[in-house]
Design a protein around this ligand. Structure first.
Ligand SMILES: O=P(O)(O)OC[C@@H](O)[C@@H](O)c1c[nH]c2ccccc12
Length: 227
């Protein structure tokens, strides 16, 4: 597999197609690490069978680029960097620190910068993980065949503090599929294995789960319920 599709292939082939996220705190500052190191959490996710990892490096959520380095070197799993990525320099850093995929937020980029960033990501061997919230954004995703398209169930303008609306994922799935992406993902606000299974049954190829897994008493059991 080429480096640019390693993230997607791994997700598509995994028995538990979950991207498990390491995020130091919620958008309103509540600690999610609970005294654990980021590396220990990454190892726990890998041992429980997560397909890929996501690491939030944005300051709102207590992250840093160092956190990417730590998480990427802790396990062999492909890693998504989640941040407000708007410049080519950030893509080069992502690559250098071990990311396989990078978040590109449709809502925060103009159509031309999304196209440019997506092309640059691909030429650096990074999978564009394009986060969308409505049909207009979905229809404008550049290089859909080579990208993960992720429906965000929460709203980034509210720092992801809303409860999230999984109905959004269900409603938008046909439009996501119509782009030709091999890998539709539902992201944010997934609270229970029952909800996760319903999204997979509906046709999502992958799920991104952060807060719930970081708060879970038993990650093994949570992910095991999906197998
Ligand atoms: O913790 P949750 O509700 O499972 O959501 C994870 C992830 O989708 C969320 O952290 C996120 C979505 N978009 C982002 C942009 C930047 C940082 C973080 C995010």
């Amino acid at each position: 597999m080429t480096t640019a599709n390693r993230f997607t292939r791994t997700l598509l082939e995994a028995p538990t197609p979950v991207i498990a996220e390491v995020k130091p705190r919620t958008g309103d500052g509540n600690d999610l690490l609970r005294g654990r190191s980021a590396a220990a959490i990454a190892l726990e996710y890998a041992a429980a069978g997560a397909a890929c990892l996501s690491v939030v490096t944005g300051r709102w959520f207590g992250g840093s680029v160092d956190l990417l380095r730590t998480v990427a070197s802790a396990t062999g799993l492909p890693v998504l960097q989640k941040d407000f990525i708007i410049r080519e320099k950030q893509l080069e850093t992502a690559r250098a620190l071990g990311a396989s995929a990078v978040l590109l937020t449709a809502r925060l980029l103009t159509a031309s910068s999304l196209r440019r960033m997506s092309g640059q990501a691909l030429s650096l061997g990074l999978t564009p993980f394009v986060e969308v919230t409505d049909e207009e954004e979905i229809d404008a995703v550049p290089h859909p065949q080579d990208s993960v398209i992720a429906v965000n169930n929460k709203n980034i303008e509210q720092r992801e503090l809303d409860a999230g609306e999984l109905g959004r994922s269900l409603r938008l799935l046909p439009a996501v599929r119509a782009t030709g992406t091999p890998c539709p993902v539902s992201a944010s606000g997934i609270d229970t294995p029952v909800q996760a299974a319903a999204l997979l049954d509906a046709g999502y190829a992958g799920l991104l789960v952060g807060t719930t897994l970081l708060r879970a008493a038993n990650v093994d059991e949570w992910l095991g319920a999906l197998r």
